[in-house]
Design a protein around this ligand. Sequence first.
Ligand code: SF4
Length: 466
Amino acid sequence: MENKEKYYYKDQVGINRKLKNSLNLQEIIEDRKGFVCYNSGGSSGTLRCDENSVSGAVSQRACVYCGARVVLNPITDAFHLIHGPIGCASYTWDLRGSLSSSSELFRNSFSTDLSETDVIFGGEKKLRAALDEIYDKFQPKVVFIYATCIVGVIGDDVDAVCCDAEKKYPNMRVIPVKSPGFSGNKATGYRAACDAILKLIGNKKSDKKIKGLNYLGDFNLAGEAWVIQSYLKEMGIQVIAKITGDSKCEELLKAPGASLNIVQCAGSMEYLAKKMQELYGIPYIRISFLGIEDTENSLLQIAHILGDEVVLEKAERFIEKEKRKVKDKINLYKKRLKGKKAAIYVGGGYKAISLIKQFKSLGIETVMVGTQTGKPRDYEIIKQITNPGTVILDDANPSELEKFMLEKGADILVGGVKERPLAYKLGVAFCDHNHERKHILSGFVGALNFAQEIDLTANSPVWNYV
Ligand code: SF4
């Protein structure tokens, strides 16, 4: 390994020492050193990733249960019941919202509210009673039961309770989601959620394929799934099931009939796409609708796979028309943003890659980039498309993010709700690209919104007073 690519923190020229000292920034702890590197110019080196978090390192990742909830909660007409203490149930739609075109049932939070007595004598009785009450009051088509930490410890037989409930109420599917927080990391929760979706859909292969696709890994946070659905409609391509943004049980049951799966958030949904390939023979591709370049490439790729000459022609015409609409406005922001430096810390690797490209198209250099669940191939691409010296981190903690934002002089951080206070306390601008965003950041319209938001926050006069 070359000296310059050693995986360690080293003090560099340019760091604001006064701020560094006032924040008492620490060295990277020994066990984390393999998960952090400086890009040495695109050559392959082995950054550690796709592992459980280092104990005591204060990971920014959420727990297994939260990972499962992220994926399943956007199923709008499902009933989401958290079997555990009330605290786990506080992770609700209000924290990770997504939009619905019909049912609002998923916006409620339901819990068995396990207490000390239940921990001693078992919580199954309470769970059975909760299911009776749910059927009585709501008669939902499907109930997801999330087994949280304490249920994993006391060993309630959640499978048996779900099985009994399905016999008792034949019109209601009751699906366990094994998600005790200690049983892995957020990615384990994604897989548990995908298994629950497969359990709902069933193993039956569809004899007749429909000329259309399933859209995986878009959670319709601000209506993105609708925008992409409208783009595909313009091209003459039907969306069979959205998994899971604004999806409904009926829609999910039709998914095996699709001819193609497209995967936006690969970190959470590539596992499901692989399983659907095995079970239903549906091929899949990874796509990204973040930024003009990736949106254009993804739409053309889909048109090539699913369409004929006519579809391809429609796609090309549509792309040109949409690009024309936003080009001048984006160029305006580009002038205002030239020379700024960006830091990125997001969930998945594919999203980080799209954001790096999007920043590049705005004349912004990415100086730090990290993900919670990136895979080795994602980090390989990140190394190839960032400049030498860029800090790359997997499963970072607040201390590391602060340290490298200061060291690299980042003007803006793109992340999720947990990263917002880190940026603001350093006097760095912030863009929420996660569940707290309020406007669409996908597609051509999303590219314009993104440029506008970055300009608004990075060039805000407030930073002159920090
Ligand atoms: S770590 Fe355990 S107790 Fe905490 S929210 Fe997750 S499942 Fe609940």
